[in-house]
Design a protein around this ligand. Sequence first.
Ligand SMILES: [Zn+2]
Length: 320
Amino acid sequence: MIPKATPANVAPIPPGCAGPAIPADKGYFVEEIRDGVYWVTEGVFQAMFLTTGEGVVAIDAPPTIGDNYLKAVAEVTDEPVTHVVYSHSHSDHIGTASLFPSNATYIASEDTAAILRRINDPRRPVPTRTFKDRDTLTVGDQTLILENKGPDHEPGNIYIHAPNQKILMKVDVFTPGWVPFKDLSHVKDMPGYIQAHDDALAYDFDVLVAGHVARLGTREDVERQREFILDLKALATEAIETVDIQRIFDESGVADQSRPGVGNPWLLFDVYLNTVAGQCAHAMLAKWSGRLGGADVFMFDHALVMAESLRLDYGFLPRF
Ligand SMILES: [Zn+2]
């Protein structure tokens, strides 16, 4: 096991993580990225919107930004919000979508629409326009390409590409300047999540709106995270291939016949998985400490979900 990060021992935040200052009187920051595409943030979550000459296209509606979203839009245009695009179904990113006009067109992938129909949350109106793989949204003088390339962070989590502005929005996969959020940002499909790094880089973009954290991203941020995730996969593989499960059982005492825990398979697996994840996390920290924020906070969790994915998705077997 590696030491748990606490307020007393956590590593300093490395350079390159900071975003713009959030005006204290407003509680949000809004800025035009390029040619009618704006981003709005309260410092941790990010949403994007476009002015089109015929109405605003709003993408996502995080509750932490809340009503300030409407103030941000009103700062830059008199156009009403006519279209709302959901990046994916999660409430922390679209949980106040109902603040937009009910007669707006709500757009999402079929996968996201299916999830929202099942959850039936009035704060996340069910989409009125859906697509399976690809949709081209043209409103006024703006165009967005919406693509669902399969499950990653969540089924239905789409790429939102503004080709004319070379801006890509892809939420909850990339965290510019930081390691991913806990458990690889609660990844639902590991092979799809790893593939997403290559899929993102195939787009023509130089600005990334990642949904988090404090600043916008770049191609270099995606490339760095790709290197991180491939390192994590390689070092978790190495840990599975080198940790001797029988030796772990003997050394830890979980197979000791004189103890009450003997024969408890959950305890056996817990000891084994913690050993694999600990070895992987230790090797990862040797490479990544100081390069990405939060490495010491979430590395063990990342190693654990990767090790379990290698066992369950990729078919690696414990070494006996
Ligand atoms: Zn999410």
